[in-house]
Ligand binder design. Structure first.
Ligand code: AMP
Ligand code: MG
Length: 344
């Protein structure tokens, strides 16, 4: 297995996606019987997305309790970090941190700090204060900020406005109108926490997914997991199929939450410089070791575009990217290019 966890060449395809088929939402479901045990899986709607957990175990109770523990961790993180739940720590911060610093607890403090690392690494393409403008969009209702409202709110986007105090894990806002949303990193973080729970319970093979963010633990008895990257303009087709083991994979796409007005697509990934949706690419997939990083980087590279995005990814070790540009063309990071070339 190479460093990015791809087990063989990527298979580029125009076929129907045959990637992991999931059961209907519901309780712990028994899957295939193999190697003296079973695959078990469950899906649930949490954090505004579909959460998927699958694992192999010899014992039904042990398997289903592990899955339930992951699901309850997802609920806990949602209650902590959702901007839509009034009692969440994030909502408290957004209400009060401009008046005085809010102690947010170590977990939230560390995650915001991690997001600041990514902001510095990406020249501000990733910026959790994007939401100072982002809060005025409602993609379900087809609402966007008026131009003057957007221009005014952009003045409150800047990750330097977050005053981090490690002494009491508090965060203050240095500028009026700052609003934070962790939607570009929290799902990946939740996936990593889910995998930690499985590992602590002795699970050696499984996967946890939250929307476009997944992490794979081990393999499928010598076979890789197969994850399809969908064609951004045709949900029934995939542009590539990735055989993966022991890695995280995140996809950000402009088809997840969007509306079209006067022929322009308004979607949920916002360029912090303009306060408008980023439009140079249509989908970005990042493969790396942990889902917190792949989640944040898929959003970042979406904003950075092909050239800047690939330059960043090619500088990093153990991280790969597959980008679909506005013309439907695929662009791969250097080590993926080498891998596909050497496997042909
Ligand atoms: P993903 O689907 O992982 O790419 O995440 C998209 C989510 O990230 C959006 O729904 C927003 O909550 C958040 N987001 C959008 N633009 C940015 C940005 N420039 N920096 C950080 N987070 C963002
Ligand atoms: Mg992401």
């Amino acid at each position: 297995m190479n460093r990015s966890g791809l087990t063989a060449s990527i298979v580029f395809t125009c076929l129907l996606s045959t990637s992991i088929a999931w059961a209907e939402e519901g309780d712990c479901v028994r899957g295939e019987t193999t190697h003296g045990g079973n695959w078990w899986r469950e899906t649930a709607a949490i954090m505004g997305t579909d959460i998927r957990v699958e694992l192999w175990d010899t014992d039904e109770q042990h398997a289903c309790e592990a899955i339930a523990a992951v699901m309850s961790e997802m609920h806990r993180l949602d209650e902590e970090m959702s901007p839509f739940i009034e009692t969440s720590t994030l909502s408290l911060m957004n209400r009060e941190a401009y008046q005085s610093p809010v102690p947010v607890g170590k977990e939230m403090f560390d995650l915001v700090n991690r997001s600041l690392d990514i902001s510095r690494m990406t020249g501000g393409a990733f910026d959790v204060t994007y939401a100072s403008v982002g809060r005025y969009y409602d993609f379900r209702k087809g609402q966007k900020p008026a131009d003057d409202e957007r221009r005014r709110a952009i003045l409150s986007i800047d990750y330097h406005y977050l005053a981090m105090n490690a002494d009491d894990d508090s965060i203050g806002y240095r500028h009026d109108g700052v609003y934070v949303d962790l939607g570009g990193i929290a799902k990946g973080y939740a996936v990593d926490r889910g995998i930690d729970i499985l590992v602590k319970r002795g699970i050696t093979q499984g996967m946890v997914g939250a929307g476009g963010d997944s992490r794979i633990l081990g393999d499928r008895f010598g076979e890789p997991w197969v994850v399809g990257i969908r064609d951004p303009r045709n949900r029934d087709k995939s542009v590539a199929v990735l055989p993966l083991m022991d890695v995280s994979v995140s996809t950000s796409g402009d088809y997840e939450r969007y509306f079209i007005e006067d022929g322009v697509r308004y979607h949920h990934i916002i360029d912090p410089k303009t306060g408008d949706s980023a439009r140079s690419v249509t989908s970005v997939t990042i493969i790396g070791s942990d889902a917190t990083t792949t989640d944040a980087l898929s959003t970042s590279v979406f904003v950075m575009g092909v050239e800047r995005g690939l330059r960043l990814i090619n500088q990093m070790t153990g991280v790969d990217a597959i980008i679909v540009d506005g013309h439907g063309e695929l662009h791969l990071s250097d080590s993926l290019m080498e891998m596909t070339a050497s496997n042909q």
